[in-house]
Design a protein around this ligand. Structure first.
Ligand code: FES
Ligand code: FES
Length: 165
């Protein structure tokens, strides 16, 4: 007998998405395969690398360790939802400007993690940045450019706050 499917409704990047999933369907698979949002990457599938990080109600979660059914009724933000229309978010712009990505496999996870980090702490110290990204693994950049990008994103966000005031 097949596994029972559950009807779930998630708000993904501001849009309510309904789908039917087996109880053990991972959120990462649901986003990528059921909802076609392949920007979320999957690396280790064991909660180690952080590639699959998305935001659930604004908090970073490892989508490879989260069952899709537990996201029912919650707000999910994936890398596809970070930009403001055609304009990249400050974090995305800073990563591009500071060369904080190379192969880019880990990048969606970093972008989501850093977005949440800067929302919580708009002016992190060097140590806080290192601590903040310690759950995301990148094998390419050696972290210098990623750390630079986080500080640059904080700067851009501060400039934009001044402009808006
Ligand atoms: S794929 Fe989820 S932490 Fe590595
Ligand atoms: S840019 Fe290659 S793993 Fe991060």
């Amino acid at each position: 007998m097949g596994e029972t499917a559950h009807e779930i409704a998630l708000t993904v990047n501001g849009v309510v998405r309904r789908t039917r999933v087996p109880g053990r369907r991972l959120l990462s698979d649901c986003l990528r395969h059921d909802l076609g949002l392949t920007g979320t990457h999957v690396g280790c599938e064991h909660g180690v690398c952080g590639c699959c990080t998305v935001l659930m109600d604004g908090e970073p979660v490892r989508s490879c360790l989260t069952f899709a059914v537990t996201a029912d009724g919650h707000e999910i933000t994936t890398v596809e939802g970070l930009a403001d229309g055609a304009r990249m978010s400050p974090v995305q712009r800073a990563f591009a400007e500071c060369h904080g990505l190379q192969c880019g496999f880990c990048t969606p996870g970093f972008l989501c993690t850093v977005t949440a980090l800067l929302r919580e702490n708009p002016a992190p110290t060097e140590e806080e940045v290192l601590e903040g990204v310690s759950g995301n693994l990148c094998r390419c950049t050696g972290y210098q450019n990623i750390v630079k990008a986080v500080h640059r994103a904080a700067e851009i966000m501060a400039e934009e706050r001044v402009e808006e005031a």
